[in-house]
Design a protein around this ligand. Structure first.
Ligand SMILES: NC(=O)c1ccc[n+]([C@@H]2O[C@H](COP(=O)([O-])OP(=O)(O)OC[C@H]3O[C@@H](n4cnc5c(N)ncnc54)[C@H](OP(=O)(O)O)[C@@H]3O)[C@@H](O)[C@H]2O)c1
Length: 312
């Protein structure tokens, strides 16, 4: 059987994404076949498209990109009891192996999925898993963020940032976020207590005694983040390994993480979505056939919230 999918026959710029016919996968034991309704778009999608990402599993071309999915169970593999045909599900497929969600159908281990938050559309649900799991693991696993603490979130209006803002607010932390001025009102609306416009203000000149920094940028921003942390504070990066020398100099604990699949965390995220503590801001929606345009938009690094491909 065939399906429509976006495939890469090589690595490179957004033009390597081709909307075409591809074989429809079949669910193995422990997997479900999902009729994809929407696929979330993440920077990892274009960073892996560039090629040479040693964090990911080796690639066999042609390959279908994408990890975030929301859809409906079309068939179940042997031994599957967690879901049945017709269930609405969402999740992050197979990461850091290739997830292949930019397609009409995808197979996925049941442990990568949760029931879709009840009142969410598929577009809203597909925007959640990778960024919410990343923010959860950065703030709560690596950062050990506690109620009453202060957290600085870089790129607070981005995919990971806007999830982190909402999770930190839910936890009872005080939230400071960096963004350009056009995102100030937006960020205050989702729970940021103090917005720092990075185009006019150097955050390390106005902040001190922060408990946790979530670094989504790396480089100079990571290095300057040490200065704003209290001694014993925590710097968690999702983009690079923080400087060991600066960690010693400032008496700061550091961690760098790669998001991992976690069924229990996804279930908790689903509960927070249903309780209206967590929702995705949708910057733009593109038809699956326009994945190239979605990547071009994402690569401008100006996304507010998330980009999503609508399949059905
Ligand atoms: N380690 C992991 O497991 C993991 C998981 C997820 C993501 N990541 C990585 O984390 C990074 C961020 O991901 P994302 O999905 O959040 O990206 P994104 O949604 O594409 O980020 C876009 C946002 O970045 C903001 N921004 C750009 N330059 C900035 C600056 N100098 N200071 C503050 N904000 C700035 C923009 O705000 P303005 O428009 O206001 O400038 C925009 O809202 C990516 O490199 C991604 O690959 C890693």
């Amino acid at each position: 059987m065939r399906m429509k999918a976006v495939r890469m026959h090589g690595f490179g710029d957004a033009d390597v994404l081709v909307y075409e016919d591809a074989p429809r996968p079949e669910a193995s034991a422990g997997e479900v076949l999902v009729r994809v309704h929407a696929a979330g778009v993440n920077p990892a999608d274009w960073q892996s498209r560039w090629g040479g990402d040693e964090l990911l599993a080796p690639a066999t071309l042609p390959l279908i990109p994408g990890w975030d999915v929301s859809g409906v169970v079309e068939a179940v593999g042997e031994g599957v009891t967690a879901f049945k045909v017709g269930d609405a599900v969402y999740g992050m497929a197979r990461f850091p192996d290739w997830g292949s969600t930019y397609a009409e159908y995808v197979t996925c281990p049941t442990s990568d999925l949760s029931h879709k938050p009840r009142h969410f559309s598929h577009v809203e649900a597909a925007a959640i898993p990778l960024v919410a799991l990343t923010a959860w693991q950065a703030l709560f696993e690596a950062g050990d963020l506690q109620a009453g603490e202060t957290v600085l979130i870089h790129a607070a209006a981005g995919g990971v940032g806007h999830m982190a803002v909402q999770l930190a607010t839910w936890k009872g932390a005080r939230v400071i976020g960096t963004a350009s001025a056009r995102n100030t009102d937006y960020l205050k609306g989702i729970g940021v207590d103090e917005v720092i416009d990075y185009t006019t203000t150097r955050f390390d000149e106005v902040l001190r005694d922060v408990d946790v920094v979530l670094d989504t940028m790396g480089g100079d921003i990571a290095d300057r983040s040490f200065k704003v942390l209290r001694r014993g504070g925590r710097l968690v990066s999702i983009v690079a390994t923080p400087s060991a020398e600066l960690a010693v100099q400032y008496g700061v604990q550091t961690a760098d993480i790669l998001v991992h699949r976690d069924a229990d965390q996804l279930a908790e995220i689903t509960t927070l979505c249903e309780a209206e503590y967590l929702k995705a801001t949708i910057d733009s929606v593109y038809p699956l056939a326009q994945a190239t345009e979605a990547h071009r938009k994402g690569e401008t690094n100006r996304t507010r919230g998330k980009l999503v491909l609508k399949v059905v």
